[in-house]
Design a protein around this ligand. Structure first.
Ligand code: COA
Ligand code: AMP
Length: 627
């Protein structure tokens, strides 16, 4: 039995023993004696009586053990033309100061702090500062509109909101402050204070009595830096909202103890990264990849993490990624397949690679969406290093399936994120909950208990946690993805089985877009589906039925609806196409056949259910779907 099989077997047969050993790699104020609490299924808890501080493990611990002068964070920002390196000692000093500043504002253990920030070092500093004082951060991606930010503020009820004057996109400066002000008008909950980072590219107007400049809060804290507060392993470290099937986002909770243990384990065992290595996750801190693999995991592991404020193309060209790898001696790069497709589109033969020295690069990791075999072969051939797909979700916080490079160099298969990672007992189930034979598609589930670091619940909503993930198949976590396992135990993830879509590696809910379209006075009914797109993986497309008697120009209506989604959800939705149709195909019980619509739109042979109400409707709208 190889090292992977052996580790996997142990993790499934004796999860408590397996993770107890891994917990020893983390510094605790009080070591956990109760590793896995199974007394309250379906709620499982890891390291219940442990006491630790995540920021201590990410920073102080390395400074104490001799890494003070090693780079911890490299900020590389082609959009501002700047780059800066922070050693572990620098980062610790800044985090302790900002934590002191937050503390002086009255932020204490368990208080929530919402961040609506661009990809700047201050964002990382603020996240770690929250962890240091036991506050719970909730980062909202900058591409979301004020209404989405407001919904998250109302759910998380932050004492303080942290933001900046602007973010910088390749073609424009995005002013964040007016969006924050609008969100605070929309939100019922009012934070006590907003702390605003002024950037050179735009100056934010501060509201007297509510807003404070970032520099002032930092200065105040520098005079009285905050120590690490001991927190319970089960205390929340952060809340990260993600799209569900309805318009209401789900507040994924991450606890401190399990998260630190699992992420530390994943860095060397899954990603093959050792202390001192340079690691670059080219994602955004607004997403889970950013939380886990820009901020926490590399720092927990004593590696150097790169924070990149730019895009794969356009900042300034398709050689940007190769420039960063070469400038900073990156050992492993982690990004989404869509980023490589964007590079391939502009530089199909990879000529720009010739300008840079990529000899430091050992591995390319890809996640966030399905890795199509074309992108897999193109990048493998171009870079000459293993291209390793890994499948996971905001909910799990770290990979469910991957080729665990630190354990064993297993063969890679195009189209598969390889094998279940130790800790995840992956099963594929049919409608009735029985395991399907090898090779047959079904719902990909994980037998409970989930490993440490995965969501213990949803913020203030145990009921929704159970109904969304655990009720469909008692004893299993429902991933929401469909797929199959082959004869060698490799998992193939074929796509979501619900109304969640994946646009350029960003997870979005078609339900929330439908809720926006339905607000328009001319719209009687609507459906949004995700259709295949060669660059972004999927793009949303809307179909609307007009109210009886309404007559509008289709083009005008489409423009209004596109604008409405942009205003209410944000540009990140990339919602640009909407068609007026006479009717929507439905089952006899009134359920819209979105899956069938998607199959037609993708040019495939549709699976038309026998319960369809009127097959003629499908024929009528086929040209619009294929259009
Ligand atoms: N703040 C404000 N606006 C933002 C934003 C942010 N942080 N991020 C994106 N947007 C805006 C963009 O400006 C764009 O607006 P536009 O409609 O006015 O052009 C829109 O949201 C869509 O952005 P994006 O998804 O980045 O698409 P793009 O067409 O600008 O670029 C790619 C395409 C493929 C280059 C880009 O999607 C990419 O780099 N993807 C990688 C995804 C990734 O890292 N995912 C994380 C999971 S690992
Ligand atoms: P998010 O929660 O934003 O990370 O999105 C999670 C979803 O993205 C998963 O449920 C999948 O549908 C999809 N996804 C992420 N990584 C992969 C992958 N490697 N292969 C296939 N789908 C993926």
């Amino acid at each position: 039995m190889g090292p992977y099989r052996e580790a996997y077997r142990r993790s499934v047969e004796d999860p408590a023993g397996f993770w107890a050993e891994q917990a020893a790699r983390i510094s605790w104020f009080h070591k956990p004696s109760l590793v896995l609490d199974e007394s309250r299924p379906p709620f499982y808890r890891w390291f219940g009586d442990g006491v630790l501080n995540t920021c201590y493990n990410a920073l102080d611990r390395h400074v104490v053990s001799g890494r003070a002068d090693q780079p911890a964070l490299i900020y590389d920002s082609p959009v501002t033309g700047s780059a800066r390196t922070f050693t572990y000692a620098d980062l610790l000093e800044r985090v302790a100061a900002f934590a002191g500043g937050l503390h002086a504002l009255g932020v204490g253990q368990g208080d929530r702090v919402v961040l609506y920030m661009p990809m700047v070092p201050e964002t990382v500093i603020a996240m770690l500062a929250c962890a240091r004082i036991g506050a719970v951060h909730s980062v909202v991606f900058g591409g979301f509109a004020p209404a989405e930010l407001a919904a998250r503020i109302d759910d998380a009820q932050p004492k303080v909101v942290l933001s900046a004057s602007c973010g910088i996109e390749p073609t424009r400066v995005v002013e964040y402050k007016p969006m924050l002000d609008r969100a605070l008008e929309l939100a019922e909950h009012k934070p006590q204070t907003c702390v605003i980072l002024q950037r050179q590219q735009a100056t934010a107007e501060l509201v007297e009595g509510r807003d404070l400049p970032w520099a002032q809060v930092h200065r105040a804290g520098a005079n009285d830096p905050a120590p690490c507060v001991p927190v319970d392993a089960l205390d929340p470290l952060y809340i990260l909202y993600t799209s569900g099937t309805t318009g209401r986002p789900k507040g994924i909770v991450r606890d401190n103890g399990g998260h630190a243990v699992a992420l530390r384990w994943s860095m060397d065992n899954v990603y093959g990264i050792q202390p001192g290595d340079v690691w670059w996750a080219a994602s955004d801190v607004g997403w889970v990849v950013g939380h886990s693999y820009i901020v926490y995991a590399p720092l927990l592991a004593g590696a150097t993490t790169v924070l990149y404020e730019g895009k794969p193309v356009g900042t300034p060209d398709a050689g940007a990624f190769w420039r960063v790898v070469s400038d900073h001696g990156v050992n492993a790069l982690f990004t989404a397949p869509t980023a490589l497709r964007a590079i391939k589109k502009e530089d199909p033969s990879g000529t720009m690679l010739g300008d840079y020295d990529l000899s430091s690069l050992r591995t390319l990791f890809l996640a966030g969406e399905r890795l199509d075999p074309d992108t897999y072969s193109w990048s493998s051939e171009l870079l000459g290093v293993p291209v390793v797909d890994n499948w996971w979700q905001t909910e799990t916080g770290w990979p469910i399936c991957a080729s665990p490079r630190g354990l064993e160099e297993l063969p890679l298969k195009a189209g598969s994120p390889s094998v279940p990672v130790p800790g995840y007992d992956v099963r594929v189930l049919d409608e009735a909950g029985a395991e399907v034979p090898t090779g047959q598609e079904g719902a990909i589930c994980v037998k409970l208990p989930l490993p440490p670091g995965t969501l213990p619940t949803l913020w203030n909503d145990d009921e929704r946690y159970v109904s969304s993930y655990l009720a469909r198949y008692p004893g299993y976590y429902l991933s929401g993805d469909g797929g199959y396992i082959d004869n060698d135990g490799y998992v193939f993830v074929m796509g979501r089985t619900d109304d969640v879509i994946n646009v350029a590696g960003h997870r979005l809910s078609t339900g929330s877009m439908e809720a926006v379209l339905a607000q328009h006075p001319a719209v009687a009914e609507c459906a949004v589906i995700g259709v295949a797109d060669p660059l972004k993986g999927q793009l949303p497309r809307g179909f609307v039925v007009l109210k009886a008697g309404v007559s509008v120009q289709e083009e005008d209506l489409a423009t209004e609806l596109v604008q409405l989604v942009r205003e209410q959800i944000g540009p990140v939705a990339a919602f640009r196409t909407v068609s007026v149709v006479p009717a929507l195909p439905k089952t006899r019980s009134g359920k819209i056949l979105r899956r069938t619509m998607r199959e037609i739109a993708d040019g495939g042979t549709p699976n038309v259910p026998s319960t369809i109400e009127d097959p003629a409707v499908l024929e009528t709208i086929t040209p619009a779907l294929r259009g």
